[in-house]
Design a protein around this ligand. Sequence first.
Ligand code: ADP
Length: 336
Amino acid sequence: MKERIEKALENVILLDKKNIIESGFVKKIDLLSNKIIIYLSLSNPAMHFKNKLIKDITDSIKNQNILDTICIKIEMKSDIKPVIKNIIAVASGKGGVGKSTISANIAVSLVKMGFHVGLLDADIYGPSIPLMFNIEEEDINTRIHKNGMINPIISYGVKILSIGFFSKYGQAIVWRGPMVTKVLRQFIHETDWGELDFLIVDLPPGTGDIHLSLLQEISLKGIVIVSTSQKVALSDVNRSVGMFRIQSISVPILGIIENMSYVLTKESKEKCYFFGKNGVKNFSKKMNLFFLGEIPMLQEIREYSDLGIPGVLENENIKNIFLKITKNIINQLSMK
Ligand code: ADP
């Protein structure tokens, strides 16, 4: 009987295309006289995820004609201790639109506001957070405890872990999806983050397996989207919004940021709308997304990034731009 139930559970497929037996979610199956109890250990306590899983399990067992009158009881046990209050992911359709720069400056703005903040760089295609925080020389191996827990690196008050710590400078990361998921899982659940008010996750651009596994793995409070006003950037953002709004995922999108809105040249005070004017603003209206704010293309933002210092720490103008956007994110979070 137990084998038949296990076979039935193999038909319950998760977003990363693995079944729940393979994923290791099923901890125990107890057969009582009139009841089957399936113990699941889940790290994603999101309600929509639980409900869908319960329905899929129930359907799959019923489809196998294992049960007529027997009732199924599913117990959920969450793995994560509630030490991280808000996990927020920063996403973009395309690479190079400023997602990491913005993640870094928002994280430091939150620290300046008095919050405990972590930053997880999950951008496997271009993990640039170590450079932006001047910690690319750090050796992650010295930070892994005997019990396997990782100690994040602290820079400018932000606790940081980056997938980039696992590749030497200039080396490509050629990991397969399951390996990335495993490392990210470890970054979230087996890291000594301590108490955090916010964990900012810098996602890879686009839509892919990593996004799906992450969304399944962690309970996100919301997504912040970054784009320029360029048509090709927005068309990719459209796909990302579609993914986050799929019913089985349905993570709240807190809003969208327009980066590199315009350039102010030294010679003239006239704004040059390099990527097009108000593209993101108009897109946000069309897609019913909250407009979190605009960031001009400033030479200083790029320069501080390259120096390994988040600009909000050094420049009043940059500080005010990001403070406004960070406050908008907190407001949206409280409304969701
Ligand atoms: P992504 O994470 O989307 O790939 P990055 O944050 O790495 O993008 O930014 C790409 C490049 O653009 C970097 O060199 C960064 O310094 C620069 N950049 C990002 N935003 C701005 C801005 N508002 N003004 C000037 N340079 C910027």
